[in-house]
Design a protein around this ligand. Structure first.
Ligand code: UT7
Length: 310
């Protein structure tokens, strides 16, 4: 665990600044020997246990991540091997903080078309290894972690009602990792110029995030003939408490209908919604029969929403 006070010793910042600007108090950091696949496998194992499903029943594994163990093979293949999910096809999705919702959307469509019966969707990140620990603008924001869900089909009226995913690549530079893709391969210059780390124009991202998450929330409800009054819980991507509060306010939702845990984990990108979902479920914030909306925004730019009857 890394607290704001720990960060005060690394860069010119303060617990007061981080708390008031982001709501974040602490974040989890992977230990040496822990990788994205380690967390993804752990989360997947717990999801399978909770669902009462065996690894052999899984047809598809998607890992949503921007911090894969390797450029290739996909982290999802490493997870497939760890789980011994011998029947599953496996691949990664790169849609930054919206990746988990992209993964849900793909899986739901593949189930609907009859291509698969059960899928495992995992959001997992070790962002601490691409954070620039000398950049106070970004190093206080991010954390490591993973969450996972098993997606299947049922006929009791619960489940995924609809998925909505969007992107606008014209804003790609607002949030990106400049090097270590083939445009700028790894080199001594990349290390010296700190190009293998997250770069973000936070203020611009902030404004676009609030607008897009607001729009896509309305889109999801409208597509199902529902209104904000029908919603029991909003689980937004946990990037910044101020973004979450702004969206809650724009949607006119009372505080108790907006799930927040960013203070404990920071922004875990693709992992943030499944981590929050698990916590909401285990703490009872989410009850059977509730209408819950997942709402995300991230680099790409990408954004999306998934509406679920829990
Ligand atoms: O996961 C999806 C993508 N990411 C996000 O959604 C994040 C979106 N953006 C944000 O959360 C916010 O923009 C930040 C938290 C990153 C920054 O908050 P802000 O209110 O937009 O601050 P700012 O960028 O306008 O910076 C204000 C000042 C600057 O100083 P000057 O230039 O006004 O003198 C920064 O240098 O705050 C300074 N600053 C800091 N000061 C102390 C930036 N980081 C820090 C820091 N400690 N850690």
């Amino acid at each position: 665990m890394l607290t704001n006070c720990d960060l005060e010793r690394r860069v010119d910042t303060s617990d007061e600044w981080i708390t008031s600007r982001t709501g974040i108090k602490e974040r989890r950091i992977a230990a040496d020997g822990e990788f994205t696949s380690t967390f993804a496998t752990r989360a997947a194992t717990r999801a399978l246990e909770m669902a009462g499903v065996t690894a052999e029943e899984i047809d598809l594994i998607i890992v949503a991540t921007v911090t894969p163990d390797f450029p290739f093979p996909a982290t999802a293949c490493l997870v497939q091997n760890n789980l011994k999910a011998s029947r599953a096809a496996a691949f990664d999705v790169s849609a930054a903080c919206s990746g988990f919702l992209y993964g849900i959307s793909i899986t739901e469509k593949m189930i609907a078309t009859g291509s698969i019966r059960k899928g495992l969707v995992i959001g997992a990140e070790v962002l601490s290894r691409i954070v620039d620990w000398s950049d106070r603008n970004t190093c206080c924001l991010f954390g490591d972690g993973a969450g996972a869900v098993v997606v299947g089909s049922g006929d009791d009226g619960t489940g995924i009602l609809s998925t909505h995913i969007h992107s606008d690549g014209s804003y790609w530079e607002l949030l990106h990792q400049p090097a270590c893709g083939n445009r700028t391969p790894a080199s001594q210059k990349v290390v010296d110029d700190r190009l293998a780390h997250i770069r973000m124009q936070g203020n611009d991202v902030f404004k676009l995030a609030v607008r897009a998450m607001d729009d896509v929330a309305h889109e999801a409800l409208h597509a199902n003939g529902l209104t904000l009054a029908d919603l029991d819980l909003l689980i937004p991507h946990q990037a910044n408490r101020r973004i979450i509060d702004a969206i809650g306010k724009r949607l006119g939702l009372p505080e108790e209908k907006v799930f927040v845990n960013v203070h404990k984990y920071g922004n875990t990108s693709a992992a943030s919604i499944p981590i929050a979902l698990d916590e909401a479920n285990r703490t009872g914030a989410l009850q059977p029969g509730n209408l819950v909306l997942f709402d995300a925004f991230g680099g790409g730019l990408t954004w999306g929403a998934v509406l679920v009857r829990w």
